[in-house]
Ligand binder design. Structure first.
Ligand SMILES: Nc1ncnc2c1ncn2[C@@H]1O[C@H](COP(=O)(O)OP(=O)(O)OP(=O)(O)O)[C@@H](O)[C@H]1O
Length: 243
């Protein structure tokens, strides 16, 4: 089971504007936390701060619960698949190791490609794959890194609804036991996958994270579970209020 992550941030200002309010957040180890909120509220900013893609301001603390540093233990998956068009699927999945000058673990890459349902397509270039297949390839590449912390910024937003549903089911199994922070605009995605949902509500001193009550069943929740449907309606209302 991956460790938890303690985060304490001062007010985050970008372009002269308060984007995120000062906040202390504890992300439970081995659990998925979904982050929702209106467009431009600061979801990606929070994720980028944790990923080290934005510099942490003085006084900020991002500390894994096991006491070891976070650096080098984070996998990232974004909205764009970022597959290199000139590489095969197998080489794309192995890209991280190659960039680090390591010998890729090809059997592991092949096993992950099979796990995301792309067995037999190892030699295909990204242009030969559909959008859903490319996102599955990106998921395999993210998991190839085998990091305890996974940060996902709208990973499935570019695919159609049935494909997204399948990708969510796949991700729930493959991400099991990792500490995941998932940014999404899709309330049902959050309710199917997450142990905890945070809604970022805009405020005068930056956006404030608020917990949402969760349905009793653990993830992966069924989309037709009445408790999930009720929570979805409540979440939509909360998002409309926050917008
Ligand atoms: N480097 C930057 N410099 C100045 N302002 C920035 C920078 N990066 C983001 N912002 C601003 O910070 C705010 C939050 O942006 P962010 O991308 O985190 O929002 P978001 O909630 O992820 O939005 P979306 O749902 O549309 O992806 C926005 O107003 C954005 O314009």
């Amino acid at each position: 089971m991956a460790p938890g992550l303690g985060v304490s941030l001062p007010e985050i200002r970008l372009g002269g504007r308060a984007v995120l309010s000062a906040a202390t957040l504890d992300f439970a180890g081995g659990k998925v936390t979904a982050l929702l909120g209106p467009s431009g509220v600061g979801k990606s900013t929070l994720l980028r701060l944790l990923a080290g893609l934005l510099p942490l301001p003085a006084g900020a603390r991002v500390a894994p619960a096991d006491g070891a540093p976070l650096a080098g233990r984070v996998a990232w998956m974004g909205q764009q698949d970022l597959l290199l068009p000139w590489l095969t699927l197998l080489d794309n999945v192995c890209l991280g190791a190659r960039l680090r000058g390591e010998r890729p673990d090809q059997p592991r890459a092949r096993a992950l490609i099979a796990a995301v349902g792309l067995e037999g397509r190892e030699g295909a270039r990204p242009a030969e794959l559909s959008g859903g297949m490319r996102q599955r390839a990106a998921l395999a590449r993210t998991l190839m890194e085998d990091r305890p912390f996974v940060l996902m910024d709208e990973p499935f937003s570019a695919v159609d609804a049935p494909t997204r549903h399948r990708l969510q089911s796949l991700a729930a199994g493959l991400l099991h036991g990792r500490t995941v922070l998932l940014v999404t605009h899709d309330p049902l995605e959050a309710l199917r996958l997450a142990h905890r949902i945070l809604v970022l509500r805009p405020g005068p001193r930056g956006a404030v994270p608020e917990d949402l009550p969760m349905p009793p069943a653990p993830p992966l929740r069924a989309a037709h579970d009445p408790a999930v449907l009720a929570a979805q309606a409540a979440l939509l209302e909360r998002l409309a209020e926050a917008a």
